[in-house]
Design a protein around this ligand. Structure first.
Ligand code: C2E
Ligand code: MG
Ligand code: MG
Ligand code: MG
Length: 286
């Protein structure tokens, strides 16, 4: 910014850095206090973004996304507030709130006639949470309290969450999978993909689908992106998993993904995230 340029030119480079860092850490500090308070007082809400089946453009499921509006700071994006609490037990409290809202929403939006397939909900898990030995019990209790069939819940895990073989993580994945809960690999292609580990988890039948990160999808229909997305689709299908493209914003991206044989897409071209009652209205019509 211009202020720091001025400071640097006048020989005050270290001062300008101090000043930018200081603003940033002041915001972090204030946000950390406020997010803690918001979670403790139940002020986190959940919105739902449809995942569309490409074959017939129907809604296959919804992703639950945490939303927080601070009375003073306004809307804060989840990537910012989640980074602040990821290393603390608060992440479990946030997850618990989002999970409960997601399960009740999903119960309310199931189609009333048997000739339409049920509509799943997916909830994001942070990497560290899988190392909490109490996690599977917490999830299974919530699902049975609400009464949603377990196979309508999927959990989204980033590559980092499953990268390192870890006995507690493996146990959690098995217990939840045996109960019928599915797993998506989230943000695939932009992290550190340990393909050996991925293969191991697939061989054990622990994964249901792979979500390709929007940074790979958005350059479509560029040749390079097209070739890469084709390779990822073919890899995913060869492994017996479904493939979901994230961040679809344009008709050109949609046409490319349709041509490539993608199973599902999620993105603003179809729908943004919405409150639970709007999600229900989309499926049930009221
Ligand atoms: P994510 O899990 O990859 O979620 C998808 C993100 O992409 C969402 O951002 C969604 O609003 C955004 N998105 C969807 N379609 C489009 C599109 O067409 N264009 C663009 N530019 N963006 C699109 P959001 O809601 O801001 O969430 C950001 C991230 O925060 C999520 O990425 C997820 O990693 C994390 N997050 C959100 N809610 C939770 C939660 O309850 N728990 C945890 N652990 N993480 C969460
Ligand atoms: Mg996700
Ligand atoms: Mg994602
Ligand atoms: Mg993402």
């Amino acid at each position: 910014d211009s202020a720091s340029h001025v400071a640097k030119r006048s020989g005050g480079g270290s001062y300008s850095f101090y000043s930018a860092d200081h603003d940033r850490s002041a915001r972090r500090l204030s946000l950390s206090t406020r997010i803690r308070h918001a979670i403790e007082s139940g002020d986190i809400t959940t919105e739902f973004q449809p995942v569309v089946r490409l074959q017939d453009r129907s809604i296959a499921g919804f992703e639950a996304l945490a939303r927080w509006t601070d009375p003073i700071l306004g809307k804060v994006c989840p990537s910012e507030f989640i980074a602040l609490i990821e290393a603390s037990p608060l992440i479990d409290d946030l997850f618990d709130a989002v999970l409960h809202q997601a399960l009740s929403a999903a119960l309310a939006w199931q189609p009333e006639s048997d000739d339409r397939p049920p509509v799943w909900v997916s909830v994001n898990l942070s990497a560290r949470q899988l190392r909490n030995p109490e996690l599977p019990g917490l999830i299974l209790r919530a699902v049975s309290e609400v009464g949603l069939p377990t196979d309508l819940l999927t959990l989204e895990l980033t590559e980092t969450a499953i990268l390192e073989p870890d006995p507690t993580t493996d146990r959690a994945l098995h217990v939840l999978r045996d109960a019928g809960i599915g797993f998506h690999v989230d943000d695939f292609g932009v992290g550190y993909s340990n393909l050996a580990r991925l293969g191991e988890l697939i061989a054990k039948g622990l994964l249901r689908s792979v979500k390709i990160d929007r940074r790979l999808v958005q350059p479509l229909p560029d040749d390079g992106a097209h070739a890469l997305l084709n390779a990822l689709r073919s890899m995913t299908h060869a492994l017996g998993l479904d493939v979901i493209a994230e961040g679809v914003e344009t008709e050109a991206q949609l046409d490319a993904l349709t041509g490539l044989g993608y199973d599902y897409v999620q993105g603003w071209l179809f729908h943004r995230s919405m409150p639970a009652h709007d999600a229900r209205k989309l499926i049930i019509g009221r």
